[in-house]
Design a protein around this ligand. Structure first.
Ligand code: ATP
Ligand code: MG
Ligand code: MG
Ligand code: MG
Length: 593
């Protein structure tokens, strides 16, 4: 493309209404124009960037077996009434634009597509043989944001890739979720972005597990808490931690709480928006002793002890293999039924804490014979206990609740985390804070929509079951701007090569010089033919203006047909590093390729 023929208008000064660097730069460099609050035109350079991001997204999605489609943006209110979301999305602070057609029918402009896709699945999916299935689209979404700002970062009209998957069972949903985790990581990595995947809140979309993909940047509207060992990262809305304590011991000893709370596991999970398995993972603390014994300590959740502990222990049983634990020592298994259930799972060793055991005996409650009762009330070092157990032929160990050992005596109020808190997976790790831009979000929806809307399938046994669903969104236009937010300098944008609108720009310093023009045009043609997408700055402007513009729009390579042509060379400048090299004209294409 020749700049002389393009709608190419750059601004010298920062536009008044732009607050963050990427927004200023995209406006100044002529990529976007504001049409209204949160409404932007994507001009030709921007559109090329968006197409490149879309293409990367498409390739990564297709590689997982997902299929592209295009769903309607105009959505009948009835569908949203079926799912129960119409009121919350359109009233009060709802983000859905709604309208009434000439037949007085209510419609909404799609902010997301769970309802539409569930209606399709309800119609078309009959049997487990059709599963799993994953459909996605790349499309404009509409959201009447309370605070549209920062240009494409938070628009009221923006481009999203949204995908929806359908499954017969939890395992299949989890598999696709993992595939998407990888696909999203690939998308961001390939787009040249530094990011972090974090545990997230599922918000109004609903469902159990969700992960956000955060592009790290100061201007990010989200706060992420993470540990340096890389084992914990969560959106601050979701993050949990151990309380900070003035005591300096490795583990905080909390006073025994005499008044058990009333929270059930379900409530705690709801509160923290996680599944019981995730909850257990969050409160699991792992130590590997020098003798190779692994101890898993399950931190007790304050609450209805009996109910909670049994459920947590059940979850722990499921998790044990993941941590390589072959035996689980269970403390405080509250009743004989629970103990039976416990041992029935062929977990060879159980343990009742001494005080509880006494309580049991005093109350004439039974203790399952397989449960070991430690009579020695004086604090037992878990390490010795475990070693003893090992010597007695029991293999590795998981345990919960170290109150009766010298080991961590943790009662945890899982709480909303703040920077500086101790991490839940390892109290030695502290939580650090970083700003992030949410570029993608993947969800395990479960049966929320299929149940509400009656989308079922027939399983192998001939039974009718609600479909399990996942949903996966990437903000294509937000991601494109986030790339700028991560990569610019005082002179302008520095595009990552993978999503740059053009790879190179041939600049003619003096268009009165016929030789400069000739060489520039030859290079321009040759580069484009070689697949290096190239612009030609053939405008009647001063060289300085052209150089400034090339820097501003952020094209990775600038080729200048200046003085060096006398020696059969051109100057090639790399935008990111400003490295400048004189290269023999005939070798430019092969060098850049
Ligand atoms: P946010 O928390 O920033 O409001 P969200 O959680 O509401 O985003 P999702 O419903 O998870 O967004 O949508 C998936 C993706 O769509 C987001 O991860 C983000 O990249 C993008 N997105 C959401 N809202 C906007 C918007 N107003 N403008 C641009 N992109 C958006
Ligand atoms: Mg939002
Ligand atoms: Mg969000
Ligand atoms: Mg989100």
């Amino acid at each position: 493309m020749r700049l002389s023929q393009m709608l190419f208008v750059t601004l010298r000064d920062d536009p008044a209404d732009a607050e963050i660097p990427s927004h200023k730069l995209l406006l100044r460099a002529g990529y976007i124009r504001r049409i209204g609050s949160g409404i932007y035109a994507y001009l030709p350079l921007m559109w090329r960037v968006l197409q490149k991001v879309s293409q990367i997204v498409r390739e990564e999605m297709n590689a997982t077996g997902a299929q592209e489609c295009l769903l309607p943006q105009l959505q009948p209110a009835d569908l949203w009434k079926e799912s129960g979301r119409w009121d919350t999305y359109t009233k009060a602070e709802g983000i859905m634009f709604s309208l009434i057609d000439r037949r007085e029918q209510q419609l909404g402009l799609g902010p997301t597509h769970e309802e539409v896709i569930t209606a399709i699945a309800r119609d078309m999916i009959r049997s487990y043989r059709q599963l799993p299935l994953h459909l996605y689209q790349i499309q404009t979404k509409f959201r009447d944001e309370i605070r549209p700002r920062f240009g494409l970062m938070r628009g009221r009209e923006f481009i999203m890739k949204d995908g929806y998957s359908f499954h017969a069972d939890e395992a299949s949903l989890k598999e696709t979720y993992q595939d998407m985790y990888k696909a999203y990581s690939n998308i961001l990595r390939r787009s040249g972005l530094a990011f972090r995947a974090v545990e997230a809140d599922s918000g109004a979309i609903g469902g159990s597990g969700s992960t956000e993909f955060m592009v790290l940047a100061e201007a990010g509207e989200d706060e992420v808490l993470y540990t340096e060992d890389g084992k914990y990262a969560a959106n601050v809305e979701k993050a949990v931690s151990l309380p900070i304590d003035a005591e300096t011991s490795r583990f905080t000893t909390y006073e025994k709480r005499d008044t058990p709370g009333t929270e059930t596991i379900e409530k705690v999970c709801q509160l923290l928006n996680c599944s019981p398995t995730q909850l257990v993972k969050n409160v699991l603390y792992q130590t590997v002793y020098d003798n190779g014994i692994t101890v898993l300590v399950l931190v007790s959740i304050r609450g209805d002890q009996e109910v909670n502990e049994v459920k947590l222990q059940n979850e722990l049983t499921k998790l044990a293999p993941e941590y390589g634990a072959k035996t689980i020592i269970s403390l405080n298994v509250p009743n004989v039924e629970a103990q039976q259930a416990w041992t029935a799972k062929s977990l060879p060793l159980g343990y009742i804490a001494p005080d509880i055991a006494d309580e049991y005996i005093n109350a004439n409650k039974q203790i399952h014979p397989k449960f070991l009762r430690l009579v020695d009330q004086t604090a037992v070092d878990l390490k010795n206990f475990v070693t003893g157990a090992n010597e007695a032929g029991y293999h590795v160990v998981g345990a919960n609740w170290g109150e009766h050992f010298k080991l961590p005596r943790l009662v945890v109020d899982i709480r909303k985390a703040r920077p500086g808190d101790r991490a839940i997976h390892n109290p030695e790790q502290t939580l650090f804070s970083a700003r992030g831009i949410e570029a993608g979000h993947i969800f395990q929806l479960g049966t929320k929509y299929s149940q509400a809307m009656g989308a079922t399938y027939t399983n192998e046994q001939g039974e009718e079951k609600p479909l399990l669903m996942g949903c996966f969104g990437v903000g294509v236009s937000r991601l494109a701007q986030a790339a700028v937010e991560q990569s610019y300098d005082k002179d302008g944008i520095i595009w990552p090569v993978a999503i740059t609108p053009y790879h190179a720009i041939v600049t003619i310093p003096n268009i009165k010089d016929a030789q400069q023009i000739e060489i520039a045009q030859k290079l321009y043609t040759e580069l484009n033919q070689a697949g290096i997408e190239t612009l030609l700055d053939d405008r009647d402007e001063r060289a300085g203006v052209k150089f400034k513009d090339a820097d501003l729009i952020g094209i990775p390579y600038r080729i200048v047909t200046g003085r060096a042509i006398a020696n059969g060379k051109v100057e090639v400048v790399e935008r990111a590093t400003r490295n400048s090299q004189e290269i023999v004209i005939e070798e430019v294409t092969t060098t850049l390729k």
